[in-house]
Design a protein around this ligand. Structure first.
Ligand code: SF4
Ligand code: SF4
Length: 132
């Protein structure tokens, strides 16, 4: 009876002198580790999205949350006329990034994705292009 009590007290006292592991969020920000998978962003080249609408990322996405519609520009090059990700369904697996043959999509360090309406969780091409 007394030994478990002493052991418990030892643990409690030892923790009193340790640095707390919790953060006073949002005033204290967490350190984002390399390889963190947050919100997606579309990469840009020559002032336009690098995406060539190859459909690999919607095909590989296990949550089926990416919608791509191809268009043809003035030079007859294929581009993503529509690119959308439904972040309510995304499981942040990163397969879309791995699958992309032209490095058109990446995942940012942005993790604060709370919102008030379902529509706000749909990240359109324009919204994804804004992300750093
Ligand atoms: S991270 Fe995974 S679930 Fe999310 S959009 Fe990419 S492939 Fe789909
Ligand atoms: S895999 Fe890359 S190029 Fe292909 S549709 Fe997705 S983002 Fe665009």
């Amino acid at each position: 009876m007394i030994m478990p009590l002493i052991k418990g007290l030892q643990i409690t006292i030892s923790h009193m002198f340790k640095k707390p592991v919790t953060l006073q969020y949002p005033t204290e920000r967490p350190e984002i580790k390399p390889g963190f998978r947050g919100l997606h962003a579309l990469n840009v080249s020559h002032d336009k999205a690098k995406c060539v609408a190859c459909y690999l990322c919607p095909t590989v996405c296990p949550a089926k949350c990416i919608t791509v519609e191809a268009g043809e520009d003035a030079n007859h090059d294929k581009y993503a006329a529509k690119y959308e990700i439904d972040m309510l369904r995304c499981i942040f697996c990163g397969y879309c990034v791995e699958a992309c043959p032209v490095d058109a999509i990446r995942m940012t360090e942005q993790f604060e994705l709370a919102n008030y309406s379902r529509a706000d969780f749909t990240y359109t091409k324009d919204r994804l292009l804004e992300k750093k």
